[in-house]
Design a protein around this ligand. Sequence first.
Ligand code: ADP
Length: 467
Amino acid sequence: MAAILPNTLSFRLTLLYALAFSIFLLAAFGFALLLVKSSMNNEINDDLSEDIIEYRKIFRSGRIEQVIDEIKRDIKPGEPDDEFVVIMDIHGQHIFSSDIRGWKGLGINNEIISTITGRTSDDGIYFETQEIPEREFDTRIAYGLIGPDVIIQIGESLEQTAEMLGLLIYLFLISFLVIIPTALIFGWYITRRAVSGIEKVSNAATAIKNGNLDCRVDVSGQSSEIQNLVDTFNSMAHRIRELITEMREMIDNIAHDLRTPLGRIRMISEMTLSSANNEACKTAAANTLEQCDKLLQYINATLDVAEAEAGVATSKNEPVDISAVTNDACELFETIAEVKNIKVTARLEPGCIVSGNRQNLQRMIANILDNALKYTSANGKVDINLDKNDNHIKITITDTGIGIPAIDQQRVFDRFFRCDQSRIEEGCGLGLSFSRAVARSHNGDITLTSTPGVGTEFIISIPAWQK
Ligand code: ADP
């Protein structure tokens, strides 16, 4: 059930709204039905009472024959049989009755009869509702004493009341069928409006999680709670942006400031290596030199990323034959592929041109190709495709390597990030952040799809050069 019904707040609120509305409608209708029914019953009771009072008056001022004549005048034979009158003695023996062939099974309420006969003079009128087997509708019956030991029983069919109630129920069902879908649509509209702000915040949070730190929520006409949420979210996003920028600047400054002292240490180590007589000193100097080179490599890579992110390198644009650049990269890595016994296949559409920085574009493709070979084991495959599509150059590099776990797939583009399983390989976690910064500074992007244990596909997309 949970899988079939959407588990969204809008859906739940709409259902709740429609449910509350239906319950309210049902209760209101039930109450109205009760009122109508009781008012119609009262009206029938009044009619029956008036008749009994009238017959009683006639009896008291004359004889029973005059009452019978009056009854005959009131209920003419052949008229619709929706009422009857019976005059009886206290034992229930009929003295006179109107045509009661249509009231077969009509009974006498002995309790009422004994109440009436137990009194010497009684102007009271007693009511009951009888279900007569052969009649479709119930009958409302009134009893009263019209003279000494003479009881009158008058009944009227409740057909009209039942028909009126039936009509009301029918009208209600029709309105229910119209009102409930309208309430659902209305409820859906109201809840969608109410939660649209939350949805926008959630979308912006996803965009920020995916690296778009400049994403903000823009809403208007929302309730103050949502507006507060949006404002708080926007200031939080702004603060995150500021902190990350500060952190990057700090890393760049540290990297920059470290270059000079490291260069000096390197120079001293070189001098020691060439001048020292002691073997231990020479080994220490060589090790220091090696570590300095590694550190300098890290620092330079960090500064390259910062430069690529700032778009400095693309300030001087030139047409670059990206097909040729990719082909050169493939040739460059041929030897490594052969050594690792990896089959490299390249299908490159010739003559595709982009506008940008040749050196950075070369390094971008080389980084991704290098990774593909690095993270693919012997006997694997690496395919490189390059084609032009809708004014975009698309370079796809697919490998059959170790793959990247889903949780790491966006993080591999972060500076210094390396997946746990690839730490055995050499690297500093800056290649992909540099490559993506280069692609973005060329108005393009890099995306990836990967299945751990099966392989990874990187797609570089860059706008083609427009003459
Ligand atoms: P590194 O110098 O570690 O290769 P990168 O920035 O180039 O740094 O890559 C970041 C991380 O992404 C790598 O450490 C590795 O875990 C993962 N990665 C990149 N490319 C691949 C690939 N083709 N197959 C599997 N993992 C990859």
